[in-house]
Design a protein around this ligand. Structure first.
Ligand code: AMP
Ligand code: MG
Length: 411
């Protein structure tokens, strides 16, 4: 039996980034960019107005006030999207809209609120300085500047920037293709009959959803029977994937053939991890491919995925941050555990007066899928402990973002 830490290290050692692919920018969201992005243009491309108002010469506004306005002659209207036709001379102004091209001769824009229209003239009510409310060419991005660094996550902001640069395609780190196979004679699909000793293969769906949550490409491979023949055949059908995940059949039961099948296809790296839930986990390799024989119990399967498969997928997808965030939280109850195993208890974490508090979701059996539904975190208790006491600080792995969100805007 190997420790969680060692198991993770062995897996990550074998997980290397897949490579790059070219994607349209909208499909690239959430992926890691695989190139430095240099701007081929200035943004904005021309000096433009930051306000609706008048483009003028700042010097003409000297001494202006509400009592002693300066009058300028309006020579042109410049809506956004149009070029200015006329040069602004002394004593002149052009009416201009936000984003419109600043005409030659003008060195400032005065917002409309500080003016009063008077026929073909405009009264200037305040003095302004040179450059006021002009957005200069290249003030956001200069041509030649690096705007997105290789290795960044592509978020909506990066997509907007790529669009502004005229880039509709971008190079990104490819996500692995992940095959999910369930094993067990007792399993049936969602709409199957559950009266004759059979159950729905919920792992087929929870694991599939976890794969999708990591941004990987999913292959749903269905259910294999508990025979060497069917298992081998279904595993072989998974071989076009970068990662193969099976669940069930990996324990010490009479029909647990997954280890044998993994050994016959590739090589078993380790079997059994000192953790609860999730002890019977088999990890193997076939060239660059990773094979995970996850335990069958629904909670064990999900937690093993969280601890081992998710970081591997994220690493193979080019991510640097591949682990869920952990925080310290105060236990709200005393929990006994067995020494020698690392426990991953399903918990609920809350924040009160700047402190994190955590309690277990109750019944912790590895078949109690409801414990995962109720949980927003995992309470991690180390191997050497035999209990976690009420009031003690423990390490908690946050599973979802809901606890970090707030129902009120906070302002
Ligand atoms: P096994 O390791 O194959 O003995 O499975 C352990 C337990 O998990 C058994 O009670 C199985 O019925 C259950 N189980 C195995 N595979 C699945 C699955 N795909 N969906 C839901 N439960 C499963
Ligand atoms: Mg089974």
């Amino acid at each position: 039996m190997i420790t969680v830490k060692n198991a993770l290290a062995r897996i990550l050692e074998s997980a290397s980034p897949i490579g790059l692919e070219r994607l349209d920018i909208m499909s690239a969201r959430g992926k890691i960019i695989g190139e430095d992005i240099y701007s081929g243009r200035n943004i904005p491309p021309f000096d433009n107005s930051g306000m609706d108002g008048y483009a003028l010469r700042a010097a003409d506004t000297a001494g202006a006030s509400g009592l002693k306005p300066v009058e300028l002659t309006v020579i042109e209207d410049i809506p956004a999207g149009h070029l200015a036709q006329k040069k602004v001379g002394p004593g002149q102004a052009s009416r201009i809209m936000t984003g419109a091209f600043v005409p030659e001769g003008a060195d400032a824009v005065l917002r409309v609120e500080d003016t009063e229209a008077a026929g073909d003239k405009v009264k200037i009510l305040v003095p302004i300085g040179k450059g006021q409310d002009i957005r200069y060419r290249g003030e956001d991005v200069k041509a030649g500047e690096r705007v997105i660094a290789n290795g960044s996550i592509i978020r909506p902001a990066e997509i907007g920037m790529l669009a502004a640069l005229g880039r509709s395609f971008v190079s990104v780190c490819q996500a692995p293709v992940v095959a999910v196979l369930s094993t067990g004679d007792e399993l049936t699909d969602i709409d199957g009959d559950v009266t004759q000793g059979r159950i729905v293969s919920s792992n087929s769906y929870s694991l599939a959803a976890q794969v999708k949550e990591c941004g990987a490409t999913l292959l749903q491979m269905g259910i294999a029977k508990d025979t060497r023949e069917d298992l081998s055949e279904k595993f072989r059908a998974c071989l076009r994937a970068d990662i193969i995940i099976s669940s069930g059949g990996v324990s010490v039961g009479d029909y647990d053939f997954v280890k044998d099948v993994i050994s016959s296809l590739g090589a078993i790296d380790f079997w059994k991890v000192a953790m609860r839930p999730g002890r019977p986990l088999a990890f193997g390799k076939l060239g660059e491919k990773l094979l995970f024989g996850l335990p069958g119990n629904p909670v064990s399967a999900m937690i093993s995925f969280e601890q081992f498969v998710r970081p591997a997928i994220l690493k193979m997808s080019g991510h640097q941050r591949i682990f869920r965030r952990t925080v310290r939280a105060v236990m709200q109850e005393t929990i006994k555990k067995k020494s020698g195993l690392r426990y991953f208890l399903r918990g609920t974490i809350t924040e009160e007066a700047g402190k994190f508090l955590v309690r277990s979701t109750g019944e912790q059996g590895s078949g109690i899928l409801k414990s995962m539904v109720l949980a927003n975190c995992l309470i991690i208790l180390p191997e050497d402990r035999t209990e976690a006491e009420k009031g003690e600080e423990v390490i908690v792995q946050i599973l979802d973002n809901s606890f970090g969100m707030s129902a009120d805007p906070g302002f």
